[in-house]
Design a protein around this ligand. Structure first.
Ligand SMILES: [Zn+2]
Length: 222
């Protein structure tokens, strides 16, 4: 049998799943900063059409924390330089059409791949192909948010507008995190969160603690 030294370093795939406002991007950044602290070359990739909060080349969490990132529509756009990195973080992984093949191939190549993604749509259906990564991953967590109606733990995203398209990018203007009971509860005015006095327009901060080590953000590729 081949030994790891023959095969090279063993890669791994980690999934960070959860609804909107559950701290997925924050957790991705926390893990990436740990790898930066360990002197690994880190690349963060974000979805190009997600221009919430900033148009800079960085990923943003809902609490405005940022980290430099390469943005693209398909992960194949990063293929030409991804071999230069040891650890690759992918934010909003559910939006990339080639997420399964790309993440699995990099992990097979010895990379540490960390994917943050919505597991379900606003209708609680699998979000594109993202769930196909679960049987290929070494580690999977599902984070919870705080229900913005009753303050219980929230596992689901609820859309506040009548749009039916799956890929409707937005923040607190279009979505709230809800628990199971409140997912099914009738909201009388579902136009915007601000118009419904039962719903806080600003999601509560729920970030896991960031690494205390101060680090340079990863540089986007040339
Ligand atoms: Zn609730």
């Amino acid at each position: 049998m081949d030994t790891p030294s023959v095969l090279g370093p063993c890669g791994r795939l980690e999934l960070i799943l959860g609804p909107m406002f559950s701290g997925k991007s924050t957790e991705l950044q926390r893990r990436i900063r740990r790898h930066q602290a360990a002197k690994r070359r880190c690349l963060v990739i974000k979805y190009k059409r997600d221009t919430r909060y900033t148009r800079e080349e960085c990923i943003c969490t809902h609490d405005q924390a940022t980290m430099s990132a390469f943005s693209c529509d398909t992960l194949a756009d990063a293929a030409r330089f991804v071999s230069e990195y040891d650890t690759i973080g992918i934010d909003e992984g559910q939006f990339f059409p080639d997420i399964v093949e790309f993440a699995d191939r990099l992990a097979d190549a010895g990379k540490i791949v960390i994917v943050a993604a919505l597991d379900g749509t606003f209708q609680r259906r699998p979000f594109n192909d993202i769930l196909a990564l679960i049987p290929r991953a070494e580690n999977v967590v599902k984070l919870s948010a705080i229900c913005q109606i009753c303050n219980s733990d929230a596992a689901f995203s609820r859309r506040l507008t009548a749009d039916q398209e799956v890929e409707l990018i937005g923040g607190a203007d279009k979505y709230i995190a809800v628990c199971r009971n409140c997912y099914h509860k009738t909201i009388h005015n579902t136009t915007t969160a601000a118009e419904n006095e039962k719903i806080s327009p600003t999601p509560p901060p729920l970030s896991p603690p960031l690494s205390p080590v101060s680090l340079e953000a990863s540089s986007p590729p040339r």
